[in-house]
Write a protein that binds this ligand. Structure first.
Ligand SMILES: C[S@@+](CC[C@H](N)C(=O)[O-])C[C@H]1O[C@@H](n2cnc3c(N)ncnc32)[C@H](O)[C@@H]1O
Length: 368
């Protein structure tokens, strides 16, 4: 591997305005000023429907349990990108590439990473009102900067952070007196500026290498074209968190139906140029597409509390986050023991074993 020296030591480095070339993946990134920031539970400037922050420590455990450690982390369905920010911010993995098909989302990450000061300045001066919300809803920005600003504004002011569809502003259009949460309650400008600066620093330091406006197929093809000559398969980790199987049509303006989930499964089954981890809401289709112990892959079952829109009223009237069950599927061969998950098919969970032995399959099996 080439041992090139690039000076990334100056703290006065001008904000980087463009992505790093693919061969920069060989260069060690310089340290970030405050790695602690990236250990906080909320680090993304975006609130994200379906964000699975709670899975990040599990993914981190799996990454750390594998030698050699992956050096490049790629997130083809990046959304709020919490996993990437945490792993490259804390130095668990050196470099990352983000990608998402949604133009508002990929523009946001590109501008947050490579045009950080512009975004912070515009965000600081923006008036957070329902009138502005209505304006952004109708506005069709033509350039990347304006798409990024629209993404940030709507994400922070719309119910559940939903960018598209019929979701209204937080607190409703009337912002009535009785509404506890008003439109600006998730728009703490100081806090957002700090998180945006942290994203900018990840790009400055050579941790975020690039942001792609690609759909998942193109991302995987481009990954192969750009990085598979420089890095071995075990040095690349792709983390995929595709749209929900059962709720995608409410959250995204395009379809991600069963066919697309099946196509993703065939692509990953045939993938040998990288390691991958995939997260799914536990669902019969996901279990059908990823039977355990197929070609050495592992299917893990984990529980966590969702941060998305699915707040439910408990008997005492309080709204609470339901516990959700998640599948993590991976072609990593070494999995550390953990209380956070169990492997389907090789489980010590008696309910799963009984189900597997009576049906010959884990599909739609009982929850442990
Ligand atoms: C479940 S969310 C990802 C959430 C993310 N892991 C987080 O923690 O915030 C799914 C993302 O996939 C994106 N997406 C939907 N269809 C896609 C496609 N065909 N290719 C790439 N991205 C897609 C959506 O825009 C959305 O941001």
């Amino acid at each position: 591997m080439a041992n090139r020296r690039i000076d990334r030591s100056s703290s006065n480095l001008a904000r980087r305005r463009k992505p790093w070339a693919p061969d920069e993946v060989e260069v060690k990134p310089r340290p970030v000023t405050d790695p602690q920031i990236f250990s906080q539970s909320v680090i993304s400037p975006l609130r994200y429907p379906g964000a699975k922050r709670q899975l990040v420590p599990i993914i981190e455990q799996i990454v750390k349990g594998n030698v050699p450690r992956p050096r490049l982390f790629v997130e083809p369905f990046c959304g709020g990108a919490s996993t990437t920010l945490r792993l490259v911010g804390t130095g668990v993995i050196e470099h990352a590439v983000l990608a998402d098909v949604d133009e508002l989302v990929n523009s946001f990450w590109y501008v947050a990473a490579f045009d950080t000061n512009w975004l912070i300045d515009r965000m600081m001066e923006i008036e957070v009102t329902v009138a502005k919300w209505e304006w952004f809803r109708l506005y069709h920005p033509r350039n990347r900067r304006d798409k990024a600003l629209k993404c940030l504004f709507l994400n922070r002011t719309t119910f559940s952070g939903i960018l598209h569809g019929r979701a209204g502003p937080i607190g409703g259009k009337n912002q009535s007196e009785s509404t506890k949460y008003k439109i600006d309650c998730r728009f703490n400008k100081g806090g957002l500026a700090a998180r945006l600066r942290a994203v900018g620093e990840l790009a400055d330091s050579g941790r975020i290498l690039d942001v792609w406006n690609t759909d998942w197929r193109t991302t995987l093809a481009r990954l192969k074209a750009q990085y598979s000559k420089t890095l071995t398969a075990s040095e690349i980790l792709v983390y995929l968190d595709p749209p929900y199987i059962d709720k995608a049509e409410f959250l995204y303006p395009w379809a991600f139906g069963d066919d697309e989930h099946r196509s993703l499964a065939s692509t990953l089954t045939a993938a040998h140029d990288y390691n991958w981890i995939l997260s799914y809401d536990d669902n019969p289709l996901a279990r059908e597409l990823y039977p355990p112990a197929h070609e050495g892959r592992h299917v893990l079952h984990a529980k966590h509390r969702y941060s998305a829109a699915s707040l439910k009223a408990s008997p005492d009237g309080k709204r609470q986050r339901p516990q959700r069950e998640e599948l993590l599927i991976t072609n990593f061969t070494d999995l550390p023991d953990s209380d956070a998950y169990h492997a389907l098919g090789q489980s010590t969970c008696s309910a799963c074993q009984i189900h597997a032995s009576t049906t010959g399959s884990e599909r739609a099996g009982p929850r442990s």
